[in-house]
Design a protein around this ligand. Structure first.
Ligand code: SAM
Ligand code: SF4
Ligand code: SF4
Length: 353
């Protein structure tokens, strides 16, 4: 049933599919700035067909993201259908070893967390950039500090609800994502790590990236992973476990606890050489790089009656012609040849971070 291994122009296989289920978001993080365009989303059937084809072509890991995926009314139905299809050996969707979700956690009520677990979600990543309510408010773009505080408590509750539902951090089923913006939330690093350690949660520090244009990114606002790790080493014993091929995170084991700290160093130590990720937007566009200004509209191959073979041909074509390595070329593009910097740079929420 498996096709021959699909490779791009740099000999990289297609292994991970990231779907932005919903571009809109209920937060407005200062480093992300979603546009909330109320895009018409693909149907569950259409998402399923994309997942089917992607799995046929080598994908074994699916991440549902956004925008805020918990705002999507289709999420649980899609999860349930994937859960059923994973059980059918002859269906390529059974190749999925991992179905994960990234969320800001605000809508993770007990009921929602239980429902996600029961509908077959394997792992959940919750974004959390501060423990201090005022700094949290600033990071999520909330001017009213009282509302910001309430939102923080909801997210913290969401983490507990997810653990109670079965997303055990010790088994890697729940992780925290953190973006540090220099001089805004860098004083939260230790508090965040302590919070994560107490719950055996792996916390991943993602370098602030130049995705999208509305965040007005400046390289001077990026806190490099090395700085974070070096300051943590002053207090904790960290052993470097490295980065698995095709993964984004470099992991560190905290010897005196049961938890891990990870860093995603897209700016200081890019990992384009084994980038295996295809991104699909909620309105059916395919992107092969977070920093692409070019995409392929898949809607004509998704219209009823769906021609699955044509869709497969198109996705193969997209992958085979890919030679993206933006992060490796970033410095050259930004500093030496700034005219080449893509002007219509889609936002992270649209692309699916
Ligand atoms: N709304 C969900 C959330 O925040 O988890 C899912 C979508 S969000 C785009 C996915 C991840 O991208 C989040 O962990 C967020 O912190 C990260 N992210 C967004 N903009 C970023 C940027 N400019 N640089 C680095 N990470 C970013
Ligand atoms: Fe929304 Fe996530 Fe972007 Fe924050 S990072 S604005 S929660 S999509
Ligand atoms: Fe992949 Fe593009 Fe990121 Fe490089 S910059 S790792 S090619 S998404």
């Amino acid at each position: 049933m498996k096709n021959e291994k699909l490779k791009d122009l740099l000999n990289r296989g297609l292994e991970v599919l990231r779907i932005s289920l919903q571009e809109n978001c209920n937060f407005s993080c200062i480093y992300c700035k979603p546009e909330n365009n109320n895009l018409k989303s693909l149907s569950v059937e259409q998402f399923k067909n994309i997942i089917y084809v992607a799995c046929k072509l080598g994908v074994n890991s699916l991440r549902l993201t956004g925008g805020e995926p918990l705002l999507s009314t289709q999420l649980e139905k899609l999860l349930y259908e994937i859960k059923l299809l994973r059980k059918i050996k002859s269906n390529p969707i059974s190749n999925l070893q991992d179905v994960a979700l990234t969320t800001n956690g605000f809508l993770l009520s007990k009921k929602k967390a239980d429902s996600l677990f029961k509908n077959g979600l394997d792992r959940i990543t919750i974004s959390l950039d501060a423990i201090d309510p005022d700094i949290f408010s600033k990071m999520i773009g909330e001017n009213n500090k009282l509302i910001g505080r309430e939102k923080l408590y909801k997210v913290l509750e969401g983490i507990d609800n997810s653990i109670d539902a079965g997303f055990s951090p010790k088994n890697g089923k729940l992780k925290i994502n953190t973006v540090i913006k220099k001089d805004i939330n860098d004083n939260q690093i230790f508090e965040l790590v302590n919070f994560a350690r107490e719950r055996s949660i792996e916390i991943r520090f993602i370098e602030y990236m130049d995705v999208g244009s509305a965040n007005n990114w400046k390289s001077s606002e990026v806190l490099f992973s090395e700085r974070i790790i070096n300051s943590l080493k002053e207090k904790y014993h960290l052993s470097n476990l490295g980065r698995f091929k095709g993964h984004t995170a470099n992991r560190w084991f905290m010897g005196d606890s049961e938890s891990y700290v990870s860093t995603v160093s897209s700016i200081s130590n890019p990992f384009c050489s084994d980038c295996n990720r295809l991104r699909i937007t909620s309105d059916g566009y395919a992107y092969t790089c977070l920093f692409s200004s070019e995409s392929k509209n898949l809607n004509q191959w998704l219209a009823e009656p769906i021609n699955i073979l044509e869709l497969e041909k198109e996705i193969k074509k997209i992958w085979r012609s890919r030679d993206d390595k933006y992060s490796e070329n970033r410095i050259k593009i930004l500093e030496k040849d700034s005219k080449k910097y893509p002007k219509n740079h889609p936002s992270m929420a649209y692309l699916g971070g």
